[in-house]
Design a protein around this ligand. Structure first.
Ligand code: TGC
Ligand code: FAD
Length: 391
């Protein structure tokens, strides 16, 4: 890395406080993404294909459940290390980070936080190894921002529980071996279930119409009288707070991941504008282009500071979910702003997947929406400020 590159990557010198193991994990993931993802990302994105052949390599990098105890296949990594891993995956493509976020922050975390000891031992080590893929079914066709309005039901049967309903926009839905499904019981209380996706009555159908997040598999799930055994229920999950607790983990990963997408856009813009000649000189030597680059840097630094402080709060047990909402909301929006500026600076080339900004820009439209839209996080912050629920 040249001195110029190092400066824009870490303009405020945050890395000086990073422990060596965090830097090492970040660099390892970054190198892997450079070697295995970047060269193909544009074509996989156009084809609408997730590189499933790389799942086991991702597992070897340790990006699935890294913060979990070793006994469950984790490496007891810090929140900072986890964040930096997500940053490097999303530098490659938001779909790659999404795959890891859903596997780790949503599916594995749900089992770790709300599962029985037997469920943890059965699933977590194999999920960390990439041998079992998970998905997380909360959103429904008619319940997205307001998951409390879900219609999927779980009623007791002689042999366990019967699930009935549909989920929509489920990342990894057709790749998953197990789905963590959220459903209301007879009393209307939200419960979580680990559902093997080969259970009779369970169908996953891929959504092929996406113009965003194309390197990620997204699906609809249908459950028609799906009967699961009594030990499929997550015993410690009772009420909407349980799935929302999982969202806090994934939103934390997004706060970091978006920094990676923004850094990639900034890097691409600097390199491109230094070599692109117009009116007899590099466009980087014009004032308007430099202003644009400075604006991008300013946004990136603000995003990095939010993510870094979030890691500190997490590691010291002081993290409150509205703080995560602020970082998710503003980092997703910040990355979108940076990607849009990068796309403009690349002119006509900016709309081609031969360069990353348009791909990041399109992906970030999803990132801005999923895990709580900009408006939802605004209202979470409003409620935190004034104590009034305005949803
Ligand atoms: P509300 O009354 O606010 O909350 C019910 C209970 O849950 C608690 N809680 C949370 N706990 C932990 N983390 C959070 N983020 C929490 N948010 C709320 C809350 O304290 C309460 O506990 P208790 O003990 O008092 O009962 O419930 P509400 O129905 O008013 O919900 C409001 C709202 C809008 C905040 C919530 O429903 C929401 O966050 N909506 C957005 C839905 C969303 O983000 N869906 C994401 C689906 S998953 C996904 O998109 C995966 S993308 C793939 C990837 O990550 O890459
Ligand atoms: P809606 O809730 O219908 O919102 C539509 C618009 O109305 C938004 O702009 C919203 O901000 C606004 N709005 C809603 N309520 C209010 C209000 N009170 N005040 C002001 N504005 C409001 N979900 C999962 O469960 N698992 C997954 O793995 C998953 N992966 C996803 C992958 C992709 C590619 C996408 C696109 C989505 C994914 N989601 C997943 C779903 C995602 O979380 C939802 O799309 C998101 O929460 C928004 O819900 P919705 O699409 O139903 O929009």
């Amino acid at each position: 890395m040249t001195a110029f590159e190092a400066r824009r990557e870490d303009f405020y010198g945050l890395e000086a406080d990073y422990p060596p193991e965090s830097v090492q994990a970040r660099d390892m993931v970054r190198q892997w993404v450079t070697d295995h993802i970047r060269p193909q990302a544009g074509s996989w994105w156009l084809e609408g294909r997730f590189p499933t052949h790389l799942i086991e390599e991702m597992a070897r990098l340790g990006v699935f459940g890294p913060t979990l105890p070793e006994v469950y296949g984790g490496s007891e990594a810090s929140a900072l290390t986890y964040g930096l891993m997500m940053q490097e995956l999303e530098r490659g493509d938001s779909g790659l980070r999404s795959f890891a976020s859903v596997q780790s922050g949503l599916a594995m975390y749900a089992i770790y936080r709300y599962g029985s000891e037997e469920q943890k031992q059965t699933y977590l080590p194999r999920m960390a190894a990439g041998q079992v893929i998970g998905c997380f079914g909360l959103t429904e066709p008619d319940a997205g921002s307001d998951p409390g309005a879900m219609r999927t039901t779980a009623r007791r049967s002689d042999r366990g529980f019967i699930l009935q309903g549909a989920k929509r926009w489920i990342t990894n839905g057709t790749l998953a071996d197990v789905a963590v499904i959220w459903a209301k019981d007879e009393a209307g209380i939200v419960r979580g279930f680990i559902v093997p996706t080969d259970t009779p009555g369970f169908t996953a159908r891929e959504i092929h119409t996406k113009a965003s997040m194309r390197m990620s598999v997204t699906a609809e799930l249908y459950m028609d009288q799906v009967e699961v055994s009594p030990d499929a229920i997550l015993p410690a999950a009772e009420g909407l707070g349980a799935p929302l607790g999982c969202l806090t983990q994934a939103r934390y990963g997004i706060a970091w991941g978006t920094v990676g997408a923004a850094l990639d856009c900034l890097d691409t813009s600097v390199t491109y504008t230094k070599s692109r000649i117009a009116f007899g000189r590099p466009i980087a030597a014009t004032q308007l282009v430099q202003e644009r680059l400075a604006d991008m840097l300013s946004e990136v630094v603000a995003m990095q500071l939010r993510a870094r402080q979030l890691a500190r709060l997490y590691e010291t047990g002081r993290l409150r979910y509205p703080q995560v909402s602020l970082a998710k909301r503003d980092n997703a929006r910040g990355a979108l702003t940076v990607a849009r500026m990068a796309r403009e600076l690349l002119g006509g080339n900016g709309i081609s997947v031969d360069y990353p900004p348009m791909r990041h820009l399109a992906n970030l439209e999803t990132v801005d929406t999923y895990e709580g839209t900009y408006e939802v996080h605004t209202l979470i912050l409003g409620r935190d400020l004034v104590g009034e629920n305005a949803f």
